[in-house]
Design a protein around this ligand. Structure first.
Ligand SMILES: Cc1cc2nc3c(=O)[nH]c(=O)nc-3n(C[C@H](O)[C@H](O)[C@H](O)COP(=O)(O)OP(=O)(O)OC[C@H]3O[C@@H](n4cnc5c(N)ncnc54)[C@H](O)[C@@H]3O)c2cc1C
Length: 409
């Protein structure tokens, strides 16, 4: 338990945080988007070479270690695992202060911190909690999510990668796919079939697996935008210690639900804002090309802007539930769905405004660059639960419509 007697007041904490930030980072210059100046990149999925990946990961880790060592790495976490045991309001305070400074992107750590670390905290053995939580939060290691398989994505309970107990270890065999960030991850949370004779939801177990263990092979997948942020991961007789089981034997479905709930919070919760940057760029583009004089395009932009505001308010509803210690349910499915719908609206309007310029690279600044956004949006409509699956959740749990046909046994 955290020593609450030693808890600083929010004002003391603020002073402490500002001292650290002033000494370690430069204030972020005011955002000044000028059409035609700087990078015109507007993409949804990372488009990096392995060298760029390595540089981003190294910078993210270096900053994370400095933040952690100064006491701001895991502000709300339990003290026994490296956290500071402070309330969520301190985390929000620090995040708001840090956002004013120019600090390295933490994107490579997001899956590990947003989804895997909370799952370890909820379901990990004491050995796993002590081995991984502090190192994940300090940026010493990075984690990935090994759920989807070639034949099982939405129907996750059908996973076929096998886990067979062998003394003090489990032996894993099978294939995962679409694993974001596997190329630089140190550990992964993997969902496996541990008992093929039980009904499919009941025969699953989840583990933490060492991505550098013998028998793990990571192969990059090239996406249609040109980058390779996902991978196929093959497991051949990979040995996992028994204390790396998450939850109970054959209790993997409960563990997976914890991860998925956190995934939706991570994608949907910050989602409306993620849609916002591109929308601002789109307006600049429309002004530059004189498209704002067209009443239909103007109307389409206004429609997009209204949908973004609605998404923001819905996200606030989900976030306020999280702040109050409640589990947001369908709000997160609505948040994820609104994010991707707004991305689709943005991409379609950009394509309408640009016409052939979005498909032919004439070298003109800020035009063809939108092709990557357009081609990246379908991936977002699939990642973290597809639009159709989100619609089913909203239909059944919010609108109370009859249940979808049950998945195949
Ligand atoms: C950008 C991106 C990042 C990803 N990162 C990861 C990762 O890090 N780790 C990981 O494990 N996976 C990851 N995935 C995989 C992702 O979770 C799956 O792609 C997703 O769950 C869908 O599964 P699937 O591809 O097998 O499609 P399927 O489930 O086969 O779906 C195919 C189509 O059928 C529809 N459909 C399926 N079931 C229903 C239903 N019940 N009702 C109506 N329609 C239905 C779907 O909406 C979709 O249109 C990522 C995917 C993307 C695109």
């Amino acid at each position: 338990m955290a020593d609450t007697a030693a808890q600083p007041s929010e004002e003391e904490f603020r002073t402490e945080a500002l001292e650290f930030l002033e000494a370690n980072a430069r204030p972020r210059p005011p955002e000044k988007l000028v059409f035609g100046e700087g990078s015109d990149e507007v993409s949804v999925l990372p488009e990096r070479t392995p060298d760029e990946d390595a540089r981003e990961v190294a910078e993210a880790k270096d900053w994370a270690a400095r933040v952690f060592d100064a006491g701001f790495g895991w502000i709300t976490g339990p003290a026994e695992y490296g956290g500071r045991g402070l309330p969520g309001s301190y985390q929000r305070l620090y995040s708001a202060l840090e956002a004013k400074y120019d600090t390295p992107s933490q994107a490579p750590r997001m899956i590990g911190l947003g989804m895997i670390a909370p799952t370890i905290l909820a379901h990990g053995t004491e050995v796993a909690k002590r081995a991984y939580l502090r190192r994940l939060w300090r940026g010493d290691i990075i984690a990935c999510q090994l759920f989807s398989e070639p034949s099982n994505g939405s129907d996750l309970a059908g996973v076929q990668t096998r886990a067979v107990r062998d003394g003090d270890e489990w032996v894993l065999n099978g294939q995962k796919v679409w694993t974001s960030g596997a190329q630089y991850s140190d550990i992964g949370e993997i969902l496996c079939r541990s008992d093929p004779d039980l009904p499919k939801h009941k025969g699953l177990s989840a583990f933490l697996v060492d991505m550098n263990a013998p028998g793990v092979e990571v192969r990059p997948l090239r996406q249609m935008t040109g980058g390779a942020s996902f991978n196929e991961v093959f497991f051949t007789d990979v040995r996992v210690p028994a204390d790396h089981l998450l939850g109970d034997v054959n209790g993997g479905w409960t563990v997976a639900l914890t991860t998925l709930m956190n995934e939706r919070a991570a994608i949907g919760g910050g989602g409306a804002a993620a849609g916002g940057g591109a929308t601002r760029r789109l307006l600049d583009l429309m002004v530059h090309l004189g498209a704002t004089a067209d009443p239909l395009l103007r109307q389409a932009y206004a429609d997009l802007w209204i949908h973004l505001q609605v998404a923001r308010w819905n996200n606030e509803r989900a976030l306020s539930k999280i702040r109050a210690g409640q589990l947001p349910g369908p709000e997160l499915s609505i948040a994820k769905l609104s994010l991707t719908e707004n991305m689709r609206r943005t991409a379609e309007l950009a394509a309408q405004v640009l016409g052939p310029r979005i498909t032919a690279d004439s070298g003109e600044w800020g035009t063809y660059a939108w092709s990557r956004y357009l081609l990246g949006v379908p991936g977002m409509r699939v990642a973290g639960g597809t639009d159709e699956v989100m619609r089913n959740i909203v239909a059944e749990r919010v609108l109370g419509l009859p249940k979808d046909a049950p998945p195949r046994a």
